[in-house]
Design a protein around this ligand. Structure first.
Ligand SMILES: [Zn+2]
Ligand SMILES: [Zn+2]
Ligand SMILES: [Zn+2]
Ligand SMILES: [Zn+2]
Ligand SMILES: [Zn+2]
Ligand SMILES: [Zn+2]
Ligand SMILES: [Zn+2]
Length: 230
């Protein structure tokens, strides 16, 4: 049963005559189309206009859009029947979402797509194909490499271009060397001035800017002190 407003057939809200107008029955009340849309329709999350009952809308979570407003917030591509993402109250097509939010490769700065195999080194991520020597571009996955000033190098490029040279043997220092009085040495080249035992891993004594192992230094320089304290 339709409840008529008094005897005439008018809109429950605006009392417009409904005989020659389209109307909707809602909860047993006859309501003109205009009032119905005003009071019951959803508003488009994008343009904030009413989504009329004859318009096509899209619903996602608790929000609605005109189908014509359901577009990527960046490239404006229609997202109807497409993969999309919703973040920070905005819609994104797949491409723009990845562009905006995905992590980037440290070398090429292109995005790392979900599922991409990537390499992490020193908190930075790389495409597998980007984990290459900064000089000769050799692939360095499962290879020895050196990392310096945020770049990665294969061993030979590192040695040729970057490496520091040992002041004693004049060969490049690939691993950690020793710096003594601002001069770089290989671990094995930094030796006791007297007996030539490598000093890399042990205590040494300086005398006249030369380094001596503790044995030699006690024999050569502080014997008298030892004698007097015994
Ligand atoms: Zn009305
Ligand atoms: Zn809209
Ligand atoms: Zn887009
Ligand atoms: Zn890359
Ligand atoms: Zn290289
Ligand atoms: Zn050396
Ligand atoms: Zn010595």
């Amino acid at each position: 049963m339709i409840k008529h407003n008094s005897d005439s057939f008018v809109c429950w809200f605006c009392e417009k005559n409904l005989l020659n107008n389209r109307y909707v029955i809602k909860d047993n009340f006859a309501i003109c189309l205009f009032c119905f849309e005003e009071k019951y329709s959803n508003h488009c999350f994008q343009c904030n206009q009413i989504i009329g009952i004859e318009m096509q809308g899209s619903i996602f979570k608790d929000k609605t859009w005109h189908n014509t407003c359901f577009n990527c917030s960046i490239c404006n591509l229609s997202l109807i029947n497409k993969k999309f993402a919703y973040q920070n109250n905005k819609l994104y097509c797949r491409h723009c979402f990845i562009d905006e939010f995905a992590q980037r490769c440290y070398r090429c700065n292109r995005s790392l797509e979900p599922g991409d195999k990537c390499i992490q080194y020193d908190k930075n991520l790389y495409h597998k194909s980007c984990f290459i020597c900064n000089v000769c571009q050799k692939q360095l996955i499962n290879e020895n490499f050196r990392y310096r000033d945020q770049y990665i190098f294969c061993l030979s490029c590192y040695m040729n271009i970057i490496a520091i040279y040992c002041i004693k043997c004049h060969k490049a220092i690939a691993n950690d060397g020793i710096v003594y009085h601002n001069h770089p040495f290989h671990q094995e080249c930094f030796v006791c001035t007297h007996c030539s035992i490598p000093l890399g891993n042990q205590r040494y004594i300086e005398y006249n800017n030369d380094a001596y192992c503790s044995n030699c230094s006690s024999n050569l320089f502080i014997k008298t002190t030892n004698l007097t304290t015994q």
